[in-house]
Design a protein around this ligand. Structure first.
Ligand SMILES: [Zn+2]
Ligand SMILES: [Zn+2]
Length: 238
């Protein structure tokens, strides 16, 4: 956290250097990113992502959306609009917060964006099939996504049992776990552990971690078998 002197923020362990939550999903021919965080530009530079086919959005909070303008670099090199997949609420926020990208007369160099609507049903981008999973972020509906046997859910504090059926059978899950203490709109670490156990997913990686959770090296050894703290740059193979 900016300006924070705590031991996590002062840590020199790279696993304690946490940018905002996002994932890159790649097949042999298709590359997607989930959310454009305020760190999106640096995340793409750091990971050396030369080609991006689409962005899939979980929800419109600033820590998941603010970096959208920087997709324009992909517009320049790929000579086409960037496909954005989002539910209606997130689409409205995109148009409201980046109005210049949707103006009739466009300033040169602005991002070229194409909105695609996510409904309840699975959809396909390139050769990747994506199943949306509705979860709750206090009162806000947020989308999680299942890609084959891998499920990604962030910014949830409740998952309805009907949506849990869409997650069951996954081999890996990334799930948000903010801190030890209970929070209004995020799972705590213990709540996230309980969710994973109930879902019966063998391998779990916790994300959207606050500095209040503690250092990676202190918390990781306390987790049940198969459960892990995610960290920036972590790569999972499906
Ligand atoms: Zn949020
Ligand atoms: Zn968030």
């Amino acid at each position: 956290m900016v300006a924070c002197p705590c031991e996590v923020c002062a840590s020199t362990d790279p696993k304690d250097k946490r940018l905002r939550s996002s994932i890159l999903v790649q097949s042999s021919s298709t590359t997607l990113v989930v959310d454009t965080t305020p760190d999106f530009r640096y995340q793409m530079l750091r990971a050396g992502v030369r080609k991006l086919d689409a962005v899939i959005y979980t929800h419109p909070h600033k820590d998941h959306l603010a970096g959208l303008d920087d997709v324009r670099a992909y517009n320049f090199f790929q000579h086409k609009a960037m496909d954005l997949y989002a539910n209606e609420m997130t689409q409205e926020a995109i148009v409201r917060e980046f109005p210049y990208a949707f103006a009739d007369t466009k300033y040169p160099g602005i991002p070229d964006l194409r909105l695609n609507r996510i409904d309840k049903d699975p959809f396909t981008v390139g050769d990747i099939t994506i199943t949306p999973i509705l979860v709750w972020h206090m009162k806000m509906p947020v989308l999680g996504f299942r890609f084959g046997d891998f499920t990604y859910i962030t910014d949830a504090n409740r998952i309805d049992s009907i949506e849990k059926e869409k997650i069951r059978g996954s081999e890996q899950i990334v799930l948000n776990a903010l801190r030890h203490e209970k929070h209004l709109s995020h799972f705590s670490l213990q709540e996230a552990i309980t969710e994973v156990q109930e879902l019966g997913v063998g391998q779990a990686f916790f994300t959207h971690i606050s500095h209040q959770l503690g250092k990676h090296s202190d918390i990781q050894p306390t987790l049940p078998p198969g459960m892990n703290l995610a960290y920036d740059g972590l790569v999972l193979q499906a």
